[in-house]
Ligand binder design. Structure first.
Ligand SMILES: [Zn+2]
Ligand SMILES: [Zn+2]
Length: 152
């Protein structure tokens, strides 16, 4: 398999995976399809594609480097509980964008790395299920009725 085909396979897989994989995670997926590919090859290709602006490397604190095949402008949130990386559309932080532009002019910033940290929907759901289970049924019904009344 030549270098171009290898690179093509790597970038296609990265674009398919929406979870901002590490080189190791990409390797796990790719080696099932391309048994001859090595982790070193994947890592080298990822770094080259970052240099060429074909993909992005996420600047997250103290973790394995993660890669993103989605070049559109967006922010990332890291889940503190499962380490999942979520995309946050730029529109949701448009106020912040304006502030940063102002700040950039004032402080001559060359860029910014913003890491949002929180609880992802999967962990939030898991935790609310755990809470539901600990609440007796009767109490839960009362609670729902209360909310409906308020909404009306
Ligand atoms: Zn999570
Ligand atoms: Zn992303």
């Amino acid at each position: 398999m030549n270098k171009t085909a290898q690179r093509e396979a790597i970038i296609q897989e990265l674009r398919k995976m929406r979870n901002h994989p590490t080189a190791d995670e990409l390797y796990d997926v790719l080696r099932t399809k391309l048994p001859q590919i090595s982790l070193g090859t994947i890592y080298r290709n990822l770094e080259q594609m970052v240099q060429m602006g074909m993909i992005r490397k996420l600047e997250l604190t103290g973790r394995q480097k993660r890669f993103d095949g989605d070049l559109s402008e967006h922010y990332h949130m890291r889940c503190r509980y499962c380490d999942r990386i979520l995309n946050i559309p730029q529109e949701e932080l448009s106020g912040l964008d304006k502030e940063l532009v102002l700040l950039r002019n004032r402080l001559q910033l060359e860029g910014f790395i913003l890491e949002l940290v929180g609880r992802c929907p999967y962990c939030a759901e898991a935790m609310s299920k755990m809470q539901e289970e600990s609440v007796p049924d009767e109490e839960q019904e009362e609670c729902t009725a209360g909310t409906t009344a308020q909404a009306l």
